[in-house]
Write a protein that binds this ligand. Structure first.
Ligand code: BG6
Length: 487
């Protein structure tokens, strides 16, 4: 890890939810670990609410410290972390405030990173204002998701930002790409010869990718109601996971080799014909229910959500990839809020043996399957059949387990920490390139259009279940079921 790259990290939205829960805790962790951040590196928070640096540090102590102390707080490291932080009170509407920002950073060393932890509607005005005071040179800009609302609005933002910053200066965050297990997926696929020959249509019957959450929309009802699960989770996190699962081996791990391969997958997604949307896409919305015995209210009664909202909180999709490796293999994707469990996992179902002399279990789909659990508890589990002890030849399902926390007891890094270090050190591989983002928007757009124009409400599901029955029915049509329905 480089330690000599000095930097000035300018955080727009310095008192926002993301800064509080993710960005500042991640910077603190990198600082606490020692050796990851250059000694001279500075953090300049930008916000409207705090009056001055003391006021901002007070806010950080009150609001960020609780998130940091979850992992055990090192008071000395916390105190020295605060010393890295400067503050500029800035009203985005006032040009003269950007001149103050320029003055505040002009003598600070190293590369400048501008992190826009703000709503996407502010991305373009902030970039213009930065350029107007010459702060776009020798700088990197980090854009949080969601970047736009659809292909058109995302293009408008990318065009405008692209006039001020070159593509190599733009870091579009998808925090799933920074997760250790997602990195491990690359290691599993491209560091081992074992799986590669099997990783194709001849041997794989279907693939499932699930990101399920127990949480609801929390305090983000207003944002979420205008967004929905397709934009919030599918267009970015799920399609990025899909592209990593399905991509060809890159010739190197440099940023463009990996992104080129992901792009090829996104471009090969079979376009969804609007007449088929009912067959390949399920949208749901949670009603009142209970999670682990605790009652939870219906989505439509959450603060900030319209009472007659038709926004989806659940999506299940059947996706196909039109290339030689994957033609005909269904990829089932799903995500939802207020589901029965918090879990993100990839399930690769291999084809059964073509003929079984050992009885029917060997002919069962999924007898051989690889389950890659991304969270919680990162594990890889390979299911096989084995002979049950005793008389006769009876087969039973057994599994080989690889639990990463038992192998690597320390060194796990939070997604945001990894990604922020990558920005500071100029590593682009884990950030979404514009063409990838466009391809993903282009693919989801027919579904977005159909759902927004439809007068049919989303299918209801009770909070604490696995989503609408139609999601299971879609898989049943392909002779399969979601992993948790197996037993
Ligand atoms: C974010 C979405 O991108 O990802 C949230 O906006 C979601 O709605 C979150 O809760 C899930 O991330 P994770 O890391 O908790 O799985």
């Amino acid at each position: 890890m480089q330690t000599d790259s000095s930097f000035t990290f300018v955080l727009f939205g310095g008192t926002g939810d993301l800064s509080m829960r993710k960005i500042l805790p991640a910077l603190y962790e990198a600082h606490r670990a020692g050796g990851m951040l250059a000694e001279s590196g500075r953090i300049v928070a930008v916000a409207r609410h705090a009056e001055d640096r003391d006021g901002y540090l007070q806010w950080v102590n009150d609001h960020v410290k609780p998130y940091v102390s979850k992992n055990g707080l090192d008071e000395a490291a916390w105190a020295s972390f605060l010393k890295r932080i400067d503050y500029v009170k800035l009203d985005l509407g006032k040009h003269e405030d950007f001149a103050l920002l320029r003055d505040a950073v002009s003598d600070l060393p190293g590369i400048r990173v501008f992190y826009l932890a703000t709503g996407p509607s502010l991305f373009v005005p902030i970039c213009h204002a930065l350029a107007s005071v010459g702060l776009n040179e020798n700088a990197r800009i980090v854009l949080e998701k969601p970047l736009g609302y659809d292909l058109k609005s995302s293009n408008a933002i990318n065009d405008a930002v692209g006039e001020i910053f070159a593509e190599e200066q733009i870091y579009r965050i998808d925090h799933y790409l920074g997760k250790e297990p997602v990195q491990n997926l690359l290691a599993l696929r491209f560091g081992n010869a074992l799986f590669e020959p099997l990783w194709r249509r001849e041997w794989v019957e279907s693939i499932q990718i699930t990101i399920a959450e127990e949480l609801g929309v929390e305090a983000r009802g207003d944002f979420y109601d205008n967004t929905g699960a397709l934009r919030d989770m599918v267009q970015n996190h799920l399609l990025q996971l899909l592209s990593i699962v399905a991509m060809e081996p890159p010739h190197s791990m440099d940023s463009d080799s990996v992104r080129d391969e992901k792009l090829r997958v996104l471009r090969a997604l079979k376009p969804v014909d609007e007449r088929d949307i009912g067959k390949v896409a399920v949208r749901g919305q949670y009603h009142a229910g209970g999670i682990r015995g605790t009652p939870v209210p219906a989505y439509a009664t959450e603060p900030g959500v319209k009472k007659d909202s038709t926004t989806e909180t659940f999506v299940a999709l059947k996706v196909e990839i039109e290339n030689w490796r994957w033609a005909g293999v269904p990829f089932f994707l799903r995500t939802g809020k207020r589901l029965a469990d918090r879990v993100a996992e990839i399930v690769v179902n291999f084809r059964p043996v073509p003929h079984s002399a050992l009885g029917s279990p060997a002919l069962r789909p999924g007898a051989n399957r690889l389950v890659i659990r991304l969270q919680p508890n990162e594990t890889i589990r390979l299911y096989c059949l084995a002979k049950q002890p005793g008389e006769g030849m009876n087969l039973a399902s057994v599994h080989l387990d690889l639990a990463f926390d038992q192998f690597f007891r320390e060194g796990q890094m939070e997604a945001y920490q990894r990604l922020l270090l990558d920005v500071i050190h100029g590593r682009l591989a884990l950030f979404v390139r514009r063409d990838e983002q466009e391809a993903a928007w282009r693919w989801v757009e027919p579904i977005l259009n159909e759902w927004s124009g439809s007068n049919k409400p989303p299918k209801p599901y009770a909070a604490g279940t696995w989503g609408p029955a139609a999601s299971s029915a879609m898989l049943a049509q392909h002779g399969t079921c979601w992993l948790e329905e197996e037993n």
